[in-house]
Design a protein around this ligand. Structure first.
Ligand code: TMP
Length: 216
């Protein structure tokens, strides 16, 4: 496909959404056509699915239901936005994608990785990221940041349905992301988050500009 597909991945409170937004603004300023999206969500249907997925009142949700809702949101996002954007030659930036399913549902919820890969293929029709930026930070720090943000957003500070999982769950998925990155070193860049937003933004921009230059 003509365009370039960049995804952001990481655990809770890693600042992915902020960095995805800042990268999109930077590339637009540089004259690129940019399409920014996220998962779950990114489309009207996907956003409706997202609100079901993350609603803390739906504590009765089973893991298979969760998985299929995530896949449905992804299928709609690829069909409606990501694939058309890539076909038009745009830089498509997605806040979370297939690797979140492998990390959260695979390493976190213990679904078979091969099954998840097959489901991802069904949902994406084979569209895969050209570059994946993994924002990595200690679980305790990330969860603290996510809950502080939630306090501002919802006033509860308890986190959404998935953030409320215990700390071992979050430790497993961090390990998962790092394993996925080590399996595909050409696609992944791991950025350890030790500094503030602006310093991280500069590192993201550096990585992406180098990648785009090398692609020509
Ligand atoms: P976030 O993008 O705002 O962090 O929220 C999305 C939540 O959904 C987050 O807890 C991770 C979770 N998630 C999965 O469990 N699997 C997935 O495939 C995706 C895209 C998200």
């Amino acid at each position: 496909m003509k365009g370039t597909f960049i995804t952001f991945e990481g655990g809770e409170g890693s600042g992915k959404s902020t960095q995805a937004r800042l990268l999109a603004a930077h590339l637009k300023q540089q004259g690129y056509e940019v399409l920014a999206t996220r998962e779950p969500g990114g489309t009207e249907i996907g956003d409706a699915i997202r609100s079901v997925l993350l609603n803390p009142e739906f504590s009765a949700m089973g893991n298979v239901t969760e998985l299929l809702l995530l896949a449905a949101s992804r299928a709609q996002n690829v069909f409606e936005r990501i694939k058309p954007g890539l076909e038009r030659g745009e830089v498509v930036i997605c806040d979370r994608f297939i690797d979140s399913t492998l990390a959260y549902q695979g390493y976190g919820r213990d679904f078979d990785l091969k099954l998840l890969e097959a489901l991802n293929r069904l949902a994406t029709g084979g569209v895969t990221p050209d570059l994946t930026i993994l924002l990595d930070l200690p679980v305790e720090v990330g969860l603290g940041r996510a809950k502080a943000l939630d306090k501002l957003e919802s006033g509860t500070g308890k986190g959404d349905r998935i953030e409320q999982e215990d700390i071992e769950f979050h430790r497993r998925l961090r390990k998962g992301f790092l394993e996925l990155a080590s399996r595909e070193p050409d696609r992944f860049r791991i950025l350890e988050i030790t500094e503030g937003i602006e310093a991280t933004r500069e590192r993201v921009v550096e990585v992406v500009e180098k990648f785009l230059r090398n692609r020509g």
